[in-house]
Design a protein around this ligand. Structure first.
Ligand SMILES: *Cc1c(COP(=O)(O)O)cnc(C)c1O
Length: 355
């Protein structure tokens, strides 16, 4: 369950600290300057030099042959599903997967696929769970054609799939002739948190993408990578869905800028998340999950407050957080949250808890 942020109501103080989502970052002046200086061309004709440079760089970064620039991560997921699957197929993914809970039913509406939700701790399913969910091919059962993982697992708490588990999943998929997809919305967070290269994490995955509008702080854009044949087939869907662009180089320039300047600093977001979690744990009754990356989840049940009640109280003090369930809150650190902002948020929390 993901709620939209509350609309600013009359009399509400301005947001001082925005922990709602890393999607709410704004382009920095230097990023805007890079956008203005970009060389551009007709993207859908393959003539935008900046988009082409971004795609080459991303294919190399994620260890794939080819890449495609798209407006959003959702479009990366949907185009990947459309390319890998046919109507009536089944996709295996964790029950909390973004494709299952937050894309408006697009896998069903656009690709005509069903998703089999797999259980597991922290937004990850165990290799044995996957193995048990794969059925022999038969005339009766839905063809299982794609297995999807999320790195990091958003609703799972921003957890990082360990490399060995990613490999196990990919190997099981290959054994059964099933394609693999990695939703890498926050893949660089996973890479920075573990020191494992993104390309190593993506080994054995037929498609993988990175979002530039999360912690990387670009206003728009995501890049889907795969084999040359996969990207070629995916282009048909990009065109059909209206995702083929024109002078997109201005946006690709922001993404290139983010790769140069906003990747290593994700470590600061992770540090701020740990600081935030330690402070949150001081509130009596609040159960805080240990953050693995930049997402901090907590449960308000023990405080006697609903998640919404606490969120409203914090918002009245200028701190915006997101409500993920009746007693579940998510606080997200990012480019526009400094260490001092964490102190401001924790002071607001202390006031809420003293009431
Ligand atoms: C944000 C997100 C998406 C969708 O990305 P958009 O760029 O917002 O469309 C997909 N998967 C995960 C795990 C996400 O967090």
């Amino acid at each position: 369950m993901v709620h939209a942020p509350p609309r600013p109501a009359p009399g509400m103080p301005p947001v001082r600290v925005n922990l709602y989502s890393d999607t709410q970052t704004r382009p920095t002046p230097a990023m805007k300057a890079a956008m203005l200086a970009a060389e551009v061309g007709d993207e859908q004709a393959g003539l935008d030099p900046t988009v082409n440079a971004l795609c080459d760089r991303m294919a190399a970064l994620l260890g794939k042959q080819a890449a495609m620039f798209l407006p959003s991560g959702t479009m990366c997921n949907e185009i990947a599903i459309l390319t890998h699957c046919r109507p009536g197929d089944a996709v295996l993914a964790h029950t909390t997967a973004h494709i299952l809970s937050a894309e408006g039913g697009a896998p069903a509406a656009l690709a005509g696929v069903q998703i089999t939700g797999l259980p597991g701790e922290g937004g990850q399913f165990a290799p044995e769970t996957l193995r048990a969910a794969i059925h022999p091919a038969s005339r009766y059962a839905q063809p299982q054609t794609l297995i999807a993982v999320e790195q990091t697992a958003n609703l799972g708490g921003g957890t990082v799939w360990p490399l060995a588990r990613l490999r196990d999943v990919a190997n099981i998929a290959r054994e059964h002739g099933i394609a693999t997809h990695m939703d890498g919305a926050r893949l660089m967070n996973a890479a920075v948190a573990t020191g494992v290269a993104a390309s190593d994490m993506a080994v054995g995955y037929d498609s993988v993408w990175l979002d530039f509008t999360k912690g990387l702080g670009a206003p728009l854009g995501a890049v889907l990578c795969g084999s040359a044949a996969f990207i070629d087939a995916a282009w048909r869907w990009k065109q059909r869905l209206g995702g083929a662009l024109r002078q997109a180089g201005m946006n690709a320039a922001a993404c290139l800028y983010a790769l140069d300047h906003h990747v290593d600093r994700l470590a600061t977001d992770h540090e701020n998340a740990r600081l935030l979690a330690r402070g949150l744990a001081q509130m009596p009754g609040l159960a805080v999950e240990e953050p693995r990356t930049n997402l901090v989840y907590c449960d308000t049940a023990g405080t006697g407050m609903t998640a919404e009640a606490l969120a409203v109280r914090l918002r009245a003090d200028g701190v915006l957080v997101s409500i993920m369930g009746p007693t579940r809150l998510r606080l997200c650190t990012h480019l526009d949250v400094a260490r001092a902002d964490i102190e401001v948020a924790l002071a607001a929390l202390a006031r809420a808890s003293a009431e």
